[in-house]
Design a protein. Sequence first.
Length: 204
Amino acid sequence: MSFNEFPSRLLENAVNEFASLPGVGRKTAFRLVMHLLKRDADEVRRFGETIIRLHDEIHYCKVCNSISDSEICSICSDDKRDRSVICVVENIQDVMAIENTRQYKGLYHVLGGIISPIDGIGPADLKIDTLEEKIMSGGVNEIIFALSTTMEGDTTNFYLFKKLSKYNTSITTLARGVAIGDELEYTDEITLGRAINNRNLYQQ
């Protein structure tokens, strides 16, 4: 069957919605829709309600900007975490990757992206001001740059260093156990754990 011709407008609309997701082509979208049609009505309804609740009820932590079920995430509300250390990451996937190593006991700050002029993302589009506010409020002894070792990640590191180096706070970066050009979320847990434990002072 041609994927430009559908016997049902409802089917076509559903395929179009799935195909709008990143990495999902029209053939894959069609298979997913057909799979849903074969499932029990209650299962499909639960699937739809879960997506709607995800969109309507999800929170972004007021402290670190990570995704949470409440206004303050479980990491930021944990009294056992070391609040003098803040690990700066690009997104929630990086928080999850570092947490999976079980080697880091400080807090996080999620930037919500990295500087990428080609994608139209500049410093003003990131959560940088709130990071600076945390440092200015006192009690932060170390900032860890844990961004992907790509050109965009290094550009963001350099910008942050220039902005934050005036404060009396140690600025470190992950050891280069993370290969140049790697995105953090795809780095294996052992390598990432060692990179955290063996972090170095940031060098321009």
